[in-house]
Design a protein around this ligand. Structure first.
Ligand code: SF4
Ligand code: FE
Length: 484
């Protein structure tokens, strides 16, 4: 099968799903008025399919599958070299630059790369055949160029209790029934990036599990419209601006992210789609490897979004006539420095990648965690500097309806005007775009997701403390000072 075109992708996700939005059960979401809210997130995924069709981006956006020998979208590729790991980061930066938001397709990509080696290792230890199953499943994904969500975060209930100690055992997704032909699972997975826009999902446990928690150590593939799956669309700041007539108040009206609250109400999973069931010892490996790959990802995607925000900041300085003011120039230099530091982290953890026994390549775990730890901070500082340079007008400006008003519009335009050669409409759009990334819908992608996506800051600090090798560092100083 050739790569899907953006149009084929769009048609392929027009399927029957159980979806709720603003308290309403939505049938045929692509025909519903709320599609205006959903559409930018679909456009973003469409962009990935579009870029993969373009000759100039083929080296980044596609790869040769080691499973089929065919050309696949890189978002479905299992890394076969350090170069693949680096190309992944470059591709993510490119897509971030083109969309200025979360483009959603990396989670399933990262889950697949983690599962590839973990299933191999479970089989080696336990004599199971998960790896072969997973490969067959993934060949189907590659051949049909499918979008796959990666699904990890449980609702977690009382955080002081383990999964099997919760008064409601469904607070962590678990196996509730088991038969010859498959299992039945129940639970909910939240913060599910792009789930509605995905054909399939890979479900993983949310934490490292212990004896007695075998029912929670489950990983499988599922169609996102499988019977028993209910999606509740995540609310985002200023989302209903997309329902308004004018588009400028949206900020980035073409593209956007999407987060779904997904409920699994006794969903059947056939045997050939199960990739882990009860192997608690490997649950931590799966969680950590997936998190590692996704922490690597942030060194590409957020950098691309940062590129656009830096561009917007430099442009607003020009529009305000202050592009030569030295302290503003220096603030833009600082933004560049922070953004490229994140890129350095993404490239570094990829460059030090290594080959697993299963044959695929994985990023350096310590450096991937350093990468993500910086991502929890730098976009906030980059955003703060953007707001500093742009000025308070980003959150006090009248609406587009007033901007376009026959009565007051001319006055609004007159007093929003700056330099003679700057069209006031361009300045209006740009200020709204900066607002959008700072505190509107896109701030979710650029800030909150940078903080909590792929694990909150403390999760990286735990990994850094485990991998930082303090003992070796103590030996270094002892050696120099002749201390036994
Ligand atoms: Fe991809 Fe970044 Fe979105 Fe994660 S946050 S899905 S890495 S764009
Ligand atoms: Fe994310």
């Amino acid at each position: 099968m050739p790569l899907k075109t953006p149009e084929e992708y769009l048609e392929s996700i027009k399927r029957e799903v159980t979806l709720y939005m603003f308290g309403e059960k939505i049938k045929e979401f692509w025909k519903h008025p709320y599609f205006k809210i959903i559409e930018p997130s679909i456009n973003t995924v469409r962009k990935i399919y579009e870029l993969a069709q373009m000759d100039e981006y083929k080296h980044l956006m596609t790869a040769t599958s080691h499973l089929t020998g065919g050309t696949v979208n890189r978002f479905t590729h299992i890394h076969q070299s350090v170069e693949d790991l680096i190309l992944k980061i470059k591709m993510q930066r490119l897509v971030g630059q083109q969309t200025a938001c979360c483009f959603q397709r990396c989670v399933g990509f990262d889950a697949a790369n983690a599962l590839y080696s973990v299933t191999w290792e479970i089989d080696k230890k336990c004599g199971t055949n998960y790896h072969e199953r997973f490969k067959n499943y993934w060949i189907g994904v590659q051949k049909e160029d499918l979008m796959v969500a990666g699904t990890m975060t449980d609702t977690k209930g009382d955080r002081s209790k383990r999964p099997n100690q919760q008064s409601d055992p469904d607070q962590y997704l678990r196996v509730v029934e088991e038969g010859e032909d498959g299992i039945i699972v129940r639970g909910a997975k939240i913060h599910q990036t792009g789930f509605l826009n995905s054909h399939k999902a890979i479900i993983m446990p949310t934490l490292s599990l212990r004896p007695g928690e075998e029912d929670y150590a489950v990983s499988f593939g599922i169609d996102t419209n499988e019977k028993g799956i209910t999606m509740v669309y995540g609310r985002q700041t200023c989302d209903t601006r997309k329902m308004e007539e004018g588009k400028y108040d949206i900020g980035n009206w073409k593209y956007g992210g999407q987060e779904i609250f997904v409920i699994f109400d006794d969903v059947f999973v056939p045997v050939d789609q199960i990739f882990m069931k009860g192997e608690i010892k490997f649950s931590g490996d799966l969680v950590n490897r997936f998190a590692g790959f996704h922490r690597q990802s942030y060194g590409g995607c957020k950098v691309g979004v940062g590129d656009v925000l830096i561009g917007a900041t430099a442009l607003i300085a020009q529009y305000n006539g202050v592009e030569r003011v030295s302290h503003l120039r220096d603030k833009i230099v600082e933004m560049l420095h922070l953004n490229e530091t994140l890129y350095c982290c993404g490239i570094a953890c990829s460059s030090l990648g290594f080959q697993r026994e299963a044959g695929n390549y994985e990023m350096d775990m310590l450096l991937a965690n350093i990468c993500k730890q910086n991502v929890t901070r730098f976009p906030y500082e980059i955003g703060r500097l953007a707001e500093d340079v742009a000025g308070g007008i980003i959150c006090t400006m009248p609406s587009q309806a007033d901007f376009d008003s026959k009565e007051v519009g001319a006055l609004v335009k007159k007093y929003l005007s700056t330099c003679d050669d700057v069209p006031v409409e361009a300045r209006y759009k740009l200020l709204r775009f900066i607002e959008n990334l700072s505190m509107g819908v896109a701030s979710l992608s650029y800030k909150t997701e940078s903080l909590h996506g792929a694990g909150s800051p403390q999760a990286q600090r735990i990994m850094i403390s485990r991998q930082g090798n303090l003992e070796e560092k103590i030996l270094l100083v002892k050696e120099i000072l002749d201390i036994d």
